[in-house]
Design a protein around this ligand. Structure first.
Ligand code: SAM
Length: 185
């Protein structure tokens, strides 16, 4: 089920561009799941399309961890965060393909977002376990996968893996061009 392919940094602007706002509005989509002062991670953040929205929702007292495999993606997040005056709320972290290396965040987050990235992860179960470990009890895991690359059956298999780790399906939000689910830890 997992694919070897990782989105290359030079391809990110094909979908992270102003047109995307017409169908993905980060604050509207994620507003119901993160309050002011909240703590979130955007794993597989790319150049931060959702990271900035999360930082706006989290407010001055909140914190957002932007995690990605690729340094060039994280550099893009940092540039955008500076420009938007949101750098104080965002911490970028380079992670390994199978290791988030984020033990210091265990049980501390309100929301973990994995948007259009899970199908690129080599070991989904190991990834989901680590994502769940970051959440507070009752914290939320927002998963969205691209319809173009992930079949319904594959998405259901990811949800089954998450269920096996003790995450409870809480909602199936409508996410344009995507299959989406929100699970509670
Ligand atoms: C298709 S892009 C999506 C970026 C962003 N979430 C968005 O919606 O604009 C997938 C991103 O996930 C990252 N990625 C892939 N596998 C990863 C892994 N195992 N851990 C963390 N990031 C990963 C890639 O480097 C890439 O930046």
């Amino acid at each position: 089920m997992a694919r070897e392919h990782v989105c290359p940094w030079w391809m990110i602007h094909t979908f992270d561009n102003p047109v995307r706002r017409l169908f993905h509005d980060p604050e509207k989509m994620l507003g119901p799941y993160l309050r002011q002062g909240g703590r979130a991670a955007d794993i597989g953040c790319g150049i931060g399309f959702f990271t900035l929205g999360l930082a706006r929702l989290a407010g001055d007292s909140g914190r957002v961890y932007a995690m990605d495999l690729q340094e060039k993606m994280l550099a893009g997040v940092e540039r955008r965060a500076q420009r938007a005056g949101l750098a104080e709320r965002i911490e970028t972290r380079r992670v390994g393909a199978d290791n988030l290396g984020a033990k210091d965040l265990t049980g501390s987050l309100d929301l973990v977002l994995a948007f259009w990235m899970l199908h690129e992860v080599p070991d989904q179960e190991a990834f989901l376990r680590q994502a769940k470990d970051l959440l507070k009890p009752g914290g939320l895991f927002y998963l969205a996968e691209p319809r173009m690359h992930v079949k319904a059956k594959e998405f259901e298999e990811s949800l089954r893996l998450a269920g096996g780790l003790g995450m409870r399906l809480s909602e199936r939000p409508e996410v344009r061009l995507s299959r989406g689910a929100v699970l509670a830890a």
